[in-house]
Design a protein around this ligand. Structure first.
Ligand code: URP
Ligand code: ZN
Ligand code: ZN
Length: 476
């Protein structure tokens, strides 16, 4: 029986090529009661078993996206995907686990923020965990951090060094929260940009009448990402906590992470497909079109992109997540609150964030495996296994092994297709990668043994995702 008392099918996936972070071999997989029961050659099963032929396909662990903002209030804006729509899109893209950001409201307990997040997350179609964004660091919230870790299974915290007045914490607050994480097996996720200096640059640009979206990029130089990353690493070293740098985009930040790792510090970092595939040339698009690319940090020039691919090769970067933070380009049909149009005449009012939850796995396959010589094992590591290990989900999630959840993706490495927002499943009305042709496509997706994506058909349902109480965060 599944959670909720639903009878679950016994499923055989046969004749596929299983890929994990360490292996690649031909075998069959039997899934019973949502878990992988047996892996072996030519398994023989009786009647009543649902059989899926994976001949010619790669059999991958379900993808894990550890950076999403679903149904999230961000300043005066709100992200366009509910948990239902966002996680359905995730599933079509080969992602079966999402760790999303819950947040504390200033003046309230983070525990209240988690309760609110649970209400919103109830419609999830894939399994979900929560990080907690801390906004007020005081005695009570530091105590609540411990409750979140021990009782609620929320074992990672995002701290912002950017967005003064909205999300930013001062260095003292960062340090206090880091010390609690250090003592309790939790991970600190850091948004590393020097928010105060950026604020000066933004105010000057606005005063000079520079309202176009490209000034978003010009007021957030890579140096300020590098400076904040270095500062965060030093604070984490002093606090003796592991540190995970989110949405790393800049060469300078990468250098700081690589240096820390060379000194054996537990410092990790993710980047996102948009930094690996796109450059700041997108900000030269005519009119307001370039607002689609207003995310933080902004897109950088080609030299940064090349450094990120090198960082993936050298293991300075361990994870590729999406930072799926979708705002529609058009005001209708969802309304201005969900739209980039809020910043028509002032770039500083454009909601920061971009979609990507559905295209991550195939983009990493195309960019990594096909164009940059990434091994299949590394492809699985950065999209599933490493996030599972770092965020307390391994070996339940992130691998194909006896006893693990039956979260499986059947992937055709040879099928070409073209990214079209009109065909994706998110509520957002554009894709950063519109028109890009990829080779490698998700064919079927299983969540705890249930086939939820079958080609173009949706067989899952809202509310079938379960909340993942996570354990201590791991090391790599
Ligand atoms: O532009 C972005 N990344 N929006 C989401 C908030 C964040 O900083 O992750
Ligand atoms: Zn961030
Ligand atoms: Zn984010």
């Amino acid at each position: 029986m599944a959670e909720g008392g639903v009878q679950m099918a016994t499923v055989l996936i046969r004749h596929g090529r299983i890929v994990t972070a360490v292996d690649e071999y031909q075998a069959d997989i039997l899934i019973e009661d949502g878990h992988i029961r047996t892996i072996g050659k030519d398994l023989v099963v009786g009647d009543g078993v649902e059989v899926h032929d994976a001949s010619g396909l790669l059999v991958l662990p379900g993808g894990i996206d550890v950076h999403t903002h679903l149904d999230w209030e961000f300043g005066v804006a709100r992200t366009a995907d509910t948990f239902g729509t966002g996680t359905r899109a995730a599933a079509f893209g080969g992602t079966t686990t999402v760790i999303d950001f819950s947040n504390q409201t200033r003046g309230e307990s983070p525990l209240a923020g988690l309760e609110d997040w649970h209400r919103r997350a109830a419609s999830a179609c894939v399994d979900v965990g929560a990080h907690m964004i801390l906004l007020d660091v005081n005695q009570q919230s530091l105590a609540d951090m411990q409750t979140l870790i021990r009782r609620e299974g929320v074992t990672s915290f995002k701290l912002f060094m950017a967005y003064p007045g909205v999300l930013m914490l001062d260095d003292g607050s960062l340090f206090k929260a880091m010390r609690i994480a250090a003592g309790h097996g939790a991970m600190i996720c850091i948004h590393a940009e020097n928010g105060q200096v950026i604020q000066v640059l933004v105010e000057e640009a606005v005063a000079a009448g520079h309202g176009a979206p490209k000034y978003h990029s010009e007021t957030r130089p890579s140096l300020l990402e590098g400076e904040a990353t270095h500062r965060a690493i030093k604070l984490a070293e002093l606090a003796k906590t592991p540190l995970y740098v989110v949405h790393l985009s800049a060469r300078e930040a990468l250098a700081a992470v690589a240096e820390a790792r060379a000194h054996d510090l537990p410092v990790y970092a993710e980047t996102c497909p948009h930094y690996l595939f796109l450059t700041n040339a997108e900000y030269e698009r005519p009119g307001f079109e370039s607002a689609k690319y207003v995310m933080t940090p902004p897109l950088r020039d080609l030299s940064h992109q090349q450094a990120l691919w090198r960082g993936l090769r050298t293991n300075a970067l361990q994870v590729i997540s999406t930072d799926h933070c979708p705002f529609c380009f058009n005001e209708q049909p969802l309304g201005l609150k969900f739209s980039k149009q809020q910043g028509q005449s002032d770039f500083s009012k454009i909601p920061n964030g971009a979609p990507g939850i559905e295209t991550r796995v195939p983009l990493v396959y195309e960019g990594g495996v096909r164009r940059h010589g990434m091994s299949l094992q590394r492809f699985v590591a950065v999209t599933a296994t490493n996030p599972a290990k770092l965020f307390g989900l391994f070996p339940r999630k992130g691998t194909i092994a006896v006893g693990s959840d039956g979260d499986i993706v059947l992937f055709d490495p040879n099928e070409p297709w073209t990214i079209r927002a009109s065909e994706h499943h998110s509520r957002v009305d554009y894709s950063l990668f519109e028109g890009q042709t990829l080779t490698g496509r998700v064919k079927k997706v299983f969540l705890r043994g249930q086939c939820i994506v079958d080609g173009k058909d949706w067989r899952g349902r809202e509310g079938m995702g379960v909340f993942l109480k996570r354990g201590e965060c791991g090391t790599l």
